[in-house]
Structure formats: structure tokens, C-alpha cells
Design a protein. Structure first.
Length: 412
């Protein structure tokens, strides 16, 4: 089977995902996508007519994020019209899945040069909980078969079931902020980061906008839990609530609400992309690989708890790779909520000094469809900096799913 090589990776800074407040919120999502695509083309002297496909992840495919963002971003970036594009949705896991699908097309021998990535502008999101795709009043059968609450309510439910304290979750959130601050100060993200420009050429954003390095444990302890009121928000005329969806599947569970803005992922805008090539194409065009795709996997778990699939996904992808946990130098588990990362570390008995070493989404933000691609680039950069070999990336996704990938650093 041919290998799929990672030639390059880049991403935008993450801007605060709120209209009127975030530095990227005034831009069109196609512009964020075109920013990373243009950077890959320039940095690697690409003949874009030879790009077989562009696979992007975007979860909220509505309004300006609809209409096949990958293709429109490529055209906006000045790519040759021969470079096709497709946009997919695996909720939060979209940015890993885009890379996995791009790699699979190369490993199958069908394609030679593919770009994978994602874009999400959370500043475009609505604020009405009843608009959640999981609270569809027109499909009562699915709701009865697999009730799916809001993710924040799920996070609190898991923490309750696992008896994980708020203190432990706040400690992880504090560590995330400290690690992100150290990584930014050390320039660990610089290789992948590309500035976003306005239409007039001025800089819209060239640094991470979301991190709060001044965060303290005392400050986190003072924050009010966020999802108690949301759990009881009436979602339909019959008075249905997210709490009722949980108790439909777990009737004896009394949820302890422990997540808040400080130990949940940040709402941000951002985009990322990776350039993948077959060895034959790379060698013919003097492209030096930075990494290779070792294994990929997808896993489903409880749609009602929604966030528990990363652990079985990690085990599955390790088995596919023929590797053990001890072989992995660095892990990236998306910090959608603190309990996701905390449970991942506990269940797999991981060395915390190998997990999210440069902070995670609690500090840096989670641009949903882009995050997986961001994390793959982040772990590749850090493997190079440390001289490590293997990195494993996984994340929870709505519907109770988790994609996973293992990459290997290559001295090109």
C-alpha cells in the first residue's frame, strides 16, 4: 500500500468567535479557508492544477459556511480551476476526518496530491438552544431511541458518573492556560501560524486572541457552572429539556454541574490545512516529507453521553498501527470540555507530560470543523521540536463519535 506523506501544515490564529468582538468575525469564512490554502501553495511552490482534491471539514454548513467551502476557498485563493474540493461534516471530528479521507485516497493509489483541513467561524452561530440539531422535534423516533442532549450537559453527566470533581477539572483548565502561554512565548506555534489579512492588506489577526494567561485557580473556582440552567431550558411546546433527555437513558442520574466557561473549550474562528502527497509525487517534485500517516480509525459510543468515544478510538487506532500506548510520544485530545481530557488521561493511565503539552481548546479555543487539522499540525510541530516519533490525535464528536489518527515524524 502506498504511504501518505505530510508535506506541510499551517493554520490561522484563532480569533474570539463573537460578532463585534473577535478580530476575524467580520470576514467571510471562505477568506479564512483561502488564507491557509494560499499559504500552502506559496510555501511549497505548488502547481495547483495538480492538486487532486481539497477536503475540508466544516460543521455548521449554513449561510456563508454553506455551499462547499473547500471549493469556494480554493477559487478565492487563486487555485487552478482543476483543483476540486469537497466539504464534510463529522461535527467536532471533521478536521481529523478530512485528513483521514485525504490520506486514504492517496494510500489507495487513486490520488497523489491532496489538501485536507477545515474552517469554522463560530461567530456565525446562533444562540437559541432549541435550534440544536440534536433536538429535532420532527424525528421523535430518533429522540426516543437515542436521546442526544447538549454537549455541555453531557460533560456534566459524565463527570457525575465518573465522580470527577470540579477541582480536578479546574486544575486541568489552569494547566492548559499555563502550557499555552509557555508555548506562545516559546514560539512553538510559529512554524504553522499564518496571519489573516483584511481585503486592504492590513493585518486582521497574527496572534492567538483567545488565551487568558492571567487565569488563576482561584478565579476559576469563582465561576458559576454554565449548563444547569441550559439543562432545564424548554426546548419544545411540551416542555422537553436536555435534562430529560439524559434521564430518559439514565433515570437515576442526578447531574452535578461542574463545567463553566473556564474549563470548557473556547468559542473561536479559525482555519487549518495540511498538504499530503504520495511518495512518488513528492520525490518527483522535490518535496520533503515532515511526517507520514500510520493509522486511522473511527469509533462510535453512546449518543446520549456523546463525549466518551475518544478512549475506544485511541485503542482502535493503536491496534491498527500495531503500537502500544508506550510507543506514543505525544497525545492530543481535544479539550471540548475538561472532563473529556481528564477521563482520557485516567482511563488510559497516561503520563500527563505527554498529553496536550502546549495547552488545548480550553486555552486556545475550538473552531469546530478546523480543530482536528489544527491538532495534527500542532503535534507534528512538537514532535519535530522534541525529536519524537509518534503522535496520536483524537477528539469527541457529537452523536457519540471519535475519529483518531497516528502520525510518525519523518526526517525529510
Amino acid at each position: 500500500m502506498p504511504e501518505a506523506w505530510i508535506i506541510d501544515a499551517c493554520r490561522t490564529p484563532r480569533g474570539i468567535g463573537k460578532k463585534g468582538k473577535g478580530a476575524l468575525a467580520h470576514l467571510h469564512p471562505q477568506h479564512l479557508g483561502s488564507t491557509v490554502l494560499a499559504a500552502l501553495a506559496e510555501r511549497n511552490n505548488l502547481n495547483t492544477a495538480e492538486v487532486d482534491d481539497i477536503v475540508f471539514g466544516t460543521s455548521w454548513q449554513r449561510g456563508t459556511q454553506g455551499g462547499d467551502l473547500a471549493r469556494m476557498a480554493a477559487l478565492d485563493a487563486g487555485y487552478d480551476i482543476k483543483a476540486s474540493g469537497v466539504t464534510l461534516d463529522r461535527f467536532c471530528g471533521s478536521g481529523i476526518t478530512s485528513v483521514n479521507i485525504a490520506a486514504a485516497s492517496i494510500m489507495s493509489g487513486m490520488e497523489d496530491l491532496v489538501i485536507a483541513g477545515g474552517c469554522e467561524m463560530m461567530s456565525l452561530y446562533g444562540s437559541d438552544p432549541s435550534q440544536s440539531p440534536f433536538m429535532d422535534n420532527d424525528n421523535l423516533h430518533l429522540r426516543e431511541l437515542h436521546p442526544q442532549p447538549h454537549q455541555g450537559v453531557c460533560a456534566d453527566a459524565i463527570a457525575t458518573i465518573e465522580n470527577i470533581s470540579r477541582e480536578a477539572l479546574d486544575a486541568l483548565a489552569y494547566e492548559s492556560q499555563q502550557r499555552a502561554a509557555a508555548a506562545i512565548a516559546g514560539g512553538y506555534f510559529d512554524r504553522s501560524l499564518v496571519p489573516v489579512l483584511n481585503a486592504d492588506g492590513s493585518v486582521a489577526l497574527d496572534r492567538e486572541e483567545f488565551p487568558r494567561s492571567e487565569t488563576t485557580l482561584e478565579g476559576l473556582a469563582e465561576l458559576k457552572a454554565s449548563f444547569g440552567a441550559l439543562a432545564d431550558y424548554p426546548l419544545n411546546e411540551q416542555g422537553g429539556t436536555y435534562r430529560q433527555l439524559v434521564t430518559q437513558a439514565y433515570p437515576d442520574l442526578v447531574i452535578n454541574h461542574v463545567h463553566h466557561a473556564g474549563n470548557s473549550s473556547g468559542v473561536v474562528d479559525g482555519a487549518a490545512a495540511l498538504l499530503l502527497a504520495s511518495p512518488d509525487y513528492a520525490q518527483a517534485h522535490d518535496m520533503k516529507p515532515r511526517g507520514r500517516i500510520v493509522a486511522m480509525a473511527n469509533m462510535g459510543d453512546s449518543p446520549t453521553l456523546m463525549l466518551n468515544a475518544p478512549v475506544p478510538a485511541a485503542k482502535k487506532v493503536l491496534a491498527k498501527a500495531g503500537l502500544e500506548l508506550g510507543d506514543i510520544d505525544l497525545f492530543e485530545i481535544n479539550e471540548a470540555f475538561a472532563v473529556v481530557a481528564e477521563k482520557f488521561v485516567r482511563d488510559l493511565d497516561l503520563d500527563r507530560d505527554k498529553v496536550n503539552v502546549n495547552g488545548g481548546a480550553m486555552a486556545l479555543g475550538h473552531p469546530i470543523g478546523a480543530t482536528g487539522s489544527v491538532l495534527i499540525g500542532t503535534v507534528l510541530d512538537e514532535l519535530e521540536r522534541r525529536g519524537g516519533r509518534y503522535g496520536l490525535v483524537t477528539m469527541c464528536a457529537a452523536g457519540g463519535m471519535a475519529p483518531a489518527i497516528i502520525i510518525e515524524r519523518v526526517d525529510g
